[in-house]
Design a protein around this ligand. Sequence first.
Ligand code: NAP
Length: 262
Amino acid sequence: MADDGENPGGNFGDNLAGKVALVTGASSGLGHRAAVALAGAGAKVAVTARRVDRLQALAAEITVSGGQAAPFALDVRDPDAVKAVAKEAAEALGTIDILVNNAGVSVVKRPEDFTLEDYDFVHETNVKGPFLLAQAVGREMIKRGTGGKIINISSMMALRTTAKLALYGMSKAAIAQMTKQLALEWARHDIQVNAICPGYIETEMNEEHWKTPAGQGMIAAMPRRRIGKPEVMDGVLLLLASSRSDYMTGTLIPVDDGQVMM
Ligand SMILES: NC(=O)c1ccc[n+]([C@@H]2O[C@H](COP(=O)([O-])OP(=O)(O)OC[C@H]3O[C@@H](n4cnc5c(N)ncnc54)[C@H](OP(=O)(O)O)[C@@H]3O)[C@@H](O)[C@H]2O)c1
């Protein structure tokens, strides 16, 4: 990635001014927070998801705070839509320097109970979608020759197991391997590809669960007996988005309060 302007006297390169980021799944949870954090660091942010009303509200929130963002409707399972949005976002904000592959879903069942529909739903959203996005954005980065950053949101479930999350864990392990594979093959194009493996973070994906006796029991068994909020990802996300991580690629970084050791 082009240097952000390293200056040992002050600016250490985590200012994203002049950079353009595209975030998937920005309508809630971790993606919403990632868009706010990237915009706060100076990046122009293309916010994408299916719920456009939420994206419009997010873009307005970022603009009011002095940042720049534009909403784009996107279902990551649709290959044509992925290509179109990558192009439209670049036309609107500038060529994409940073991709945050965040959109994701889960279905919670015993292995014997999953349907074919469950399988396709999870893998099309969590694996095919991020691959298509990485491909669309990566091709442009290669063509442009100025490098870039791809940040995949995997999960600690790529690194450990838990009951009823077989499909989810399989999909997140695929993203972990995709991260390493793309990192190796795109290293010569100065594209750094890294993954964050979050632990449990309270979002719409799981917020109801934490209110149940089973959820409360899980929290009590966690190393710090607590659940993080989306902002716990800010530090690693901004590191991976900035030139401060130019010597990092193909890494899987847990941000999990120690939960992967449970
Ligand atoms: N929360 C956790 O504990 C945790 C832990 C580890 C990893 N993660 C990962 O973090 C990522 C974000 O999850 P979250 O916790 O923030 O959940 P969330 O609040 O439910 O957000 C999921 C996001 O994905 C989007 N999305 C789902 N299907 C999509 C599709 N087909 N096309 C485009 N966007 C789609 C949703 O937007 P629309 O519905 O508007 O399209 C939403 O913005 C996921 O990849 C998840 O696996 C979460």
